[in-house]
Design a protein around this ligand. Sequence first.
Ligand code: NZQ
Ligand code: ZN
Length: 393
Amino acid sequence: MNNFTFYAPTLFAFGDGEEKKCGELVRRFGGTKVLLVIGGGSAKKIGAFDAVTASLTAAELPYTVLEGIQPNPRSGKVYEGINIVRREGLDFILALGGGSVIDTAKAIAFGAKYEGDFWEVFAGEGQMPSDPLPIGTVLTIAAAGSEGSASCVITHEAGNLKWGAPKSDALRPRFSVLNPRYTCALPPYQTACGIVDMFAHVCERYFTTTPDVALTDRLCEALMKTIVEAGNKVMANPMDYHARADLMWAGMLAHNNSCGVGRAQDWASHQIGHELSAFYDCAHGASLAVVMPAWMKYVMNENPARFARFAVEVFGCELNPMQVEKTAKEGIRHLRSFFRVLGMPTTLGEIGATVEDIPAMVMHRSAKGFPFGGFAEIGPAEMADILCICEGE
Ligand code: NZQ
Ligand code: ZN
């Protein structure tokens, strides 16, 4: 195991009705005037907006609403939020929604404290402020894990760049309210996208070159097994509160890095997936359902034994010690069928992508730089090869 620092100071209030504590929690973490960030309407439809604003009002907290955050959130709303915060002297950002709303809130929180254009931090041309405004979240979809993560992903409209900010513990929310009941209202497609994303977050950590990481290996396996089991349950019965609860907590654990500490991580599938989302505006989870099995096929020979272990531990395949590769391939097949059972796309065509666009996607990615990938190094040629595999079957 490698040395590591782990600092994840988010308070989690988990369960049905916990959003009633919002006002009290904002006060506890020093907020007096709130920017409430929401998406395109689901928070109002499911009653979360009313519950959260009632709690803020009960705590005598004034708030201004910034609405209309889109999936694959854009820089325009970040600039708008920064202007409101500065103009009205707001001191706390409360995100109500999914990863897109939360990431917008995170970018506003540090952008309001940054002297220049917040995008300079994404582009590596400026330092992330060490004291962003505090943020809290009320999560309505189990997926991205932003409610506990140190990450923030925004698409800059100029150049259509879907990039992550440098990871910073300062971006972790002060508190996150997780009410699984809210996720019962999700359309099946969004539920499935979330399941793929959280599974992918574990895979990006599980496929490692670091030896002797027995505990985090097993934590990863427990998470992946739970995601498959609970994922199948909620697809069959969307109102299954306990399966929704398992998924919601799994989504947080999958990405707050408790199962990724002390080990090299990969993240190539995410990097390639972000290009698909930038080009075709497809959901993040859908991009991963297409890319991850293709990435696995491409890199499997780096360590077939690890892929065979994945097959055995996560999907219950039988180990064939004489033909480890065979078991390894079986695991990848199982993963792809799991994604298909969820109703996810697994080929380029299904998200409206074409092989003709592959050179343009590779070129577009070069603005961020090559190589990437901690399990296997991916340069432009490898990225193109993986995208070609996505075309298949
Ligand atoms: O906009 P509204 O009306 O709220 O609808 C949303 C949106 O259309 C809807 N939704 C959310 N909760 C709902 C609901 N619909 C009905 N009932 C509910 N309870 O779901 C749609 C998707 O929302 P979004 O926030 O985009 O989903 P998700 O949480 O998957 O976030 C995806 C974004 O997070 C980034 C992704 O790249 C993508 O931009 N990621 C952020 C990470 C992080 N900060 O740690 C890590 C991830 O790897 C990921 O990159
Ligand atoms: Zn993700």
